[in-house]
Design a protein around this ligand. Sequence first.
Ligand SMILES: [Zn+2]
Length: 494
Amino acid sequence: MGCRWLAPGYDFYEGAAEVVPETKTVVCSGPERVVVKPALPNRKIYVEEGLSHDERNLRQLVEWMPKAGYNTLVVPIDYQGKGRVMWDKMRGFLTPELRKRGITLEVGGHGYQNFLNASSDGGALYDAHPEWFGMDEQGERRREPRYVICTSQSRAVEYLIDSVRGYLRAHPEIDTFAFWPPDGARWCRCDACRALGPDSEKHVRLVNRVAEALREEFPRLRVECLAYEAYLDPARENSLSPDVMVDFCPIDQCFETQIDDAANPKNRMYVTAFRRWRDRFGGQINLYSYYRKYVWRSLPLVLPHYIAGDVRWYAANGASGVSIYGEPGDWAAYEVNHYVLARVAANPALDVDSLLCDFTQARYGRHAAFAREVLDLFERLPRRGAAIPNTTLKTVAEYDGWLAEIDAAAAGLARRIRGNDPYSRALRRLSLSLEYLRDEFALCRLRAAGGSAGDAGVLIDRMVRWADSCAGQGVVVTCNFTAPRLGWRHGLKR
Ligand SMILES: [Zn+2]
């Protein structure tokens, strides 16, 4: 009937997040009842770092999710233990909104340390039980949260489980408990832990133990864990319980080629690991995707065809779900990724070009065809040429060609932007992302040409000013965009 739920109703869209035509009579010619069975049952949005979320935009996100085809919201218990992004701060206003819409709530995230750490029991725990804490290679029991507890100390594991139980009792709204080690986990190297084998064995033993301990008291709760870092590959000795759900994390995926490009060593490693999981594990495996990656710092990698290609592979190889990070701050830069991911997860055979035609018609109106050219540029260029992990620096000649293409697109946008109608505002957002990409490639070109750190510094300062000047417009998460971080991405010390 012409309704299009393009994006959450964030304020910067100024009412143009969705299209609902005005009509006197509604005529529905289809069947009275339509039942759709999505190919991938779990379609999640992660709040994760929560850099730009607040009560208002979280409500807007949740309102939009089911319209777009997402059915699970994932929120950290306490992201990185910093007391900033916490489910406890959102549960009051979000729980009723999630319930109303039948959205599954997943809470947890990185942090066995949320349940047992050196400052537990008012700081007394480490002194009372140093043997509960992870040992480093030098034989020292470490207090830092990235050291996983000594999982061969059964009393330490019992303490952790009691603490998890306490949290879950106090939070009966949680459907799925995401039980992950700390990010960058260091596993215990004591003799007893060494005897348990590789870290992936310790990981599976602990997750199974926790899932088993929770089963009776919380029969409807699902436990979820990751396939990531040292535990990317499935364990050989211990089998993960099939009622646990796995999120598979290809964090070092190379976006220059598809995940199933056998010629790419990084991607081949992930395909091999995923297949091993599928062969050895009877439960659900979801793709924890990086189609909106924090380290991209809001660069416009718009990947509708790429995402569809990957999702088709995962769906054909036994995946049960997908997820993506969602930050309101740069939602517009990635709105196509968010829109397309849920659609292709429901139907991997979907024709992406017709979906894009439909989306751009609603978003850009009379400028739809030109907008698709710009989006196509955003799909082709940054994943091949930007300074992002696992994409290689290209030649000066390649950057020159791309910069000319960007300039032509920018001129085309400038000719079309007129006034403040929704289509011009949408084009203006494309134009801002294009400006960023131009400086990004100018910086890459400078590096390819062996330019000076001083010249790079000038460009970086300009990019930071760009980010500040377009705060609140949906194209950049400003607080994630600083000169040192950009310099780091470009391999520069300042
Ligand atoms: Zn140990």
